[in-house]
Design a protein around this ligand. Structure first.
Ligand code: PMP
Length: 310
């Protein structure tokens, strides 16, 4: 189930285009060489603001950072892209949405050196339910350590959310799925914990919270940043440090974070139960804080929401 609404409009280089017409030529650079950077963020139907996009500016800043590393000049300003992300929800009369801006090298020539190749920008939105399944947020998921490593730091920039990085993610995810796991945890080339195929990872051990640092080949997750902020507010010590694989088996709690995955508990790794083999109390407390911002139980004191219909 794609969850796509094929009646929806797509923002394509500044114009509204019907879903079926939002196409790209097969000789576009991106098709051959994976030349794209993108974002993924959620619009929540919040209690106080109505539909509102979560941490929109931070996502678009990361989009521009990803493009910068790949020497892609985005032919729109940050403000224009931010507005277009709000508008894609509005134009399609949505309340909850997953918003996907993509910047890619389009149709021009096919040299690896992208001379004369335009940069195109598209933004689509659809309703994306719970990424790791409807029960995952409460029950937790069973995961494995992937046989695939995350990219070495000097192969491709892990701080960029580039389409091509998701070839590695697909290997991790497909392998995990094939063996009956919901997700795979990838190590970095030195054997330290990196991240899931599309999520950052947190570990709770003896009351402290640990997460791999940026140099562990992770994407600098915006949900990761949110959780670090909320956890510190709750009085937890949050430590960004390299985590050896074996700690995955000794952790009291483990959870994934991501715009799609939100905060998803992990109940086993390689069939070894995490803690008591169910969602732990720290994970639950962080979920309550996180989802409490959407339900209005906790105020949005950082201004993390951008209302769509104001
Ligand atoms: N790591 C990877 C590889 C991802 O694809 C994602 C999802 N964007 C994340 C981490 C989490 O990032 P965020 O919280 O910004 O969605």
């Amino acid at each position: 189930m794609s969850g796509f609404n094929e009646q929806a409009k797509i923002w394509y280089d500044g114009k509204w285009v019907d879903w079926k017409d939002a196409t790209v030529h097969v000789m576009a650079h991106v098709i051959h060489y994976g030349s794209s950077v993108f974002e993924g963020m959620r619009c929540y139907d919040t209690r106080h603001l109505g539909p509102a996009v979560f941490r929109l500016r931070e996502h678009i800043e990361r989009l521009f950072n990803s493009a910068k590393m790949y020497r892609m000049h985005i032919p729109f300003s940050m403000e224009e892209i931010i507005q277009a992300c709000v508008d894609v929800v509005k134009v399609n009369e949505m309340k909850e949405a997953y918003i996907r801006p993509v910047v890619f090298r389009g149709y021009g020539s096919l040299g690896v050196l992208p001379e004369g190749v335009p940069i195109n920008v598209v933004i689509g939105a659809w309703e994306w339910g719970k990424y790791l399944g409807p029960e995952a947020l409460e029950q937790g998921v069973d995961v494995c350590v992937s046989s695939w490593n995350r990219l070495a730091l000097n192969t491709m920039p892990s701080l960029a959310k580039a389409g091509a990085n998701y070839m590695n993610s697909q290997l991790i995810k497909m392998e995990a799925h094939e063996y009956g796991f919901a997700e795979g945890i990838a190590l970095n080339p030195e054997g330290y914990v990196s991240e899931g195929s599309g999520e950052n990872l947190f570990l709770v051990y003896k009351g402290k919270i640990y997460t791999p640092p940026l140099c562990a080949s992770i994407l600098p997750g915006i949900t990761r940043d949110t959780v670090i902020t909320l956890a510190r507010e709750l009085g937890y010590e949050v430590i960004e440090q390299m985590i050896p694989r074996s700690m995955l088996y000794l952790a009291d709690e483990l959870f994934f974070t991501g715009s799609a995955a939100e905060i998803t508990p992990i109940r086993s790794v390689d069939k070894i139960p995490v803690g008591e083999g169910k969602r732990g109390p720290v994970t639950k407390q962080l979920q309550e804080r996180f989802f409490g911002m959407m339900t209005g139980e906790y105020e949005d004191k950082y201004g993390w929401f951008t209302p769509v219909y104001s």
